[in-house]
Write a protein that binds this ligand. Structure first.
Ligand SMILES: Cc1cc2nc3c(=O)[nH]c(=O)nc-3n(C[C@H](O)[C@H](O)[C@H](O)COP(=O)(O)O)c2cc1C
Length: 137
């Protein structure tokens, strides 16, 4: 768990994730949903990535959201919660398309997305994200 007493000496995994994100045009956050909100483990990761205050990893960097859950809303509520949180990072958040993979248990085979409808939606989502990022430049 994030602990401010050790934030100046983060785990190697945090350092590596920061490097990857800082060399990226956009962060695509693919979220589960826990109790109509963001899952604690992913929130903890974001807390690590956000520190120390003013760190450039998340601040101002374009964010896109997607998610998969077993419920019928497919993480819509968690995605809205992330949006509200991202206000803090003063970053543009992609809104031209949404990807909410509902009833996830029936859409994957051996860990791979195989549902035709969702695959088509994923293609449309990524096309729209690509077009948005071109405009963000
Ligand atoms: C504590 C907990 C809370 C959950 N809350 C939600 C929820 O609010 N909405 C939802 O659609 N699914 C919810 N789920 C079901 C998750 O969507 C499901 O467990 C998840 O898709 C499994 O993914 P995984 O195999 O990657 O862990 C919850 C699961 C857990 C364990």
């Amino acid at each position: 768990m994030f602990n401010q007493d050790v934030e100046a000496d983060p785990f190697p995994g945090v350092v590596a994730a920061k490097e990857t994100i800082q060399s990226s045009q956009c962060l695509l956050l693919v979220t589960p949903e826990h109790n109509y909100g963001v899952p604690g483990v992913l929130k903890n990761a974001v807390d690590w990535l956000s520190r120390p205050f003013g760190d450039p990893t998340l601040r101002g960097r374009p964010l896109a959201l997607a998610g998969a859950s077993t419920g019928y809303m497919g993480t819509m509520r968690a995605q809205l919660a992330w949006r509200q949180m991202w206000h803090f990072f003063r970053a543009p958040v992609f809104s031209d398309a949404e990807l909410t993979v509902s009833f996830a248990a029936s859409r994957f085979t051996d860990g791979r997305l195989t549902d035709e409808e969702m695959l088509a939606q994923l293609d449309r989502y990524l096309d729209a994200l690509h077009a948005w990022l071109e405009r963000c430049d």
